[in-house]
Design a protein around this ligand. Structure first.
Ligand code: NAD
Length: 289
């Protein structure tokens, strides 16, 4: 049952959330965000720039000039920015992306492994191509980018004037790293895989002062899940899964990403921060099970 806390208004208004202040919390840091011209990645990339980082905006398709608009917006925050087209599942596209970043910015301090796709089907109808595309982008893509970032973090080491850490990786996971998802076995398997990818890299590179963590979003309003929140009926059904009784927005993730990338979170490594309004709290058991 959905508790209708807005029943007197008959609507679910967007809450007034705090904005990421234009700050220097990431000043001098160089960030790369994959899949950065839409949804969560766009909001995270803009958030990092507002917090003072220079940003590489990775994308595969940019039909509406979003990347150019983002570069202009970031420059308005005083950040340097560049776009780079690359399919993160392809090694021969990932390596040139990092080379181009190092040429322009010299190094990398923050990698946000955000790019992700869904190719949904019941298990008995799922094609090998649907399986491989999702594993390729969501899991192999995160491996390829993390590997290139760690090489540079280890080569350069800690630069105290920039950050306490030699580098930070944020993996965009999902509540589906722990919640099974019928009809989406490729997606859920990729996110479960990200959990162990993230933890194993974190364990391996912690002695080099490299921090590796995940953010596990719940339901966030982006193009990837448009059908799930686009109508009032769909949104109401979705809210039965969200104890906090609002569907998330990309800036909910961006605020956490900025903080997690900053030295405010310096002692955090190898963990997933769920940003999900309580979706992982088994809401079906709220009334006793
Ligand atoms: P989105 O579709 O708006 O963004 C996905 C981005 O990834 C797009 O920019 C897309 O172009 C890019 N991309 C796709 N294939 C790529 C490739 N091969 N190489 C590089 N980039 C590629 O969706 P979103 O909701 O913003 O998703 C971002 C991340 O958040 C994904 O990893 C997704 O699994 C995760 N996530 C989203 C939700 C949600 O509710 N929206 C919940 C949990 C996790």
């Amino acid at each position: 049952m959905v508790i209708d806390i807005y029943k007197n208004k008959g609507e679910y208004p967007e809450p007034r959330l705090p904005q990421i202040e234009h700050s220097n919390i990431l000043k001098g840091q160089k960030a790369l965000v994959t899949g950065a011209n839409s949804g969560i990645g766009k909001s995270v990339a803009l958030g990092l720039a507002k917090a003072g980082a220079d940003v590489v905006i990775n994308y595969v398709v940019d039909n509406d000039n979003t990347v150019d608009q983002m570069i202009k917006e970031m420059q308005g925050y005083g950040a340097e920015a560049m776009g780079f087209q690359a399919d993160v599942s392809q090694e021969d596209q990932v390596k040139p992306m990092f080379e181009a970043m190092f040429k322009k910015f010299g190094t990398i301090d923050i990698l946000v492994n955000n790019a992700g796709i869904q190719r949904d089907a019941p298990i008995d109808q799922m094609t090998l191509s649907q399986w491989q595309q999702v594993i390729g982008v969501n899991l192999t893509g995160q491996f390829l980018c993390a590997r290139e970032a760690v090489k540079e973090f280890k080569r350069r080491g800690v630069v105290e004037a920039v950050s306490c850490a030699a580098g930070k990786i944020i993996c965009m996971s999902s509540v589906h790293e722990v919640i099974p998802w019928a009809g989406h076995v490729n997606y859920a398997a990729s996110k479960g895989g990200i959990m162990q990818l993230m933890k194993s890299i974190a364990q391996e590179v912690a002695p080099y002062r490299i921090r590796v963590n995940s953010i596990g979003p719940g339901a966030i309003k982006t193009p990837i899940n448009h059908a799930a929140w686009a109508t009032p009926e769909a949104e109401k059904a979705l809210l039965t899964l969200i104890p906090y009784q609002r569907v998330g927005v990309p800036d909910d993730i961006a605020r956490v990403a900025v903080w997690l990338a900053s030295d405010l979170a310096d002692y955090i490594t190898g963990t997933t921060i769920f940003v999900d309004g309580g979706m992982t709290l088994y809401p079906g058991f709220a009334t006793g099970g």
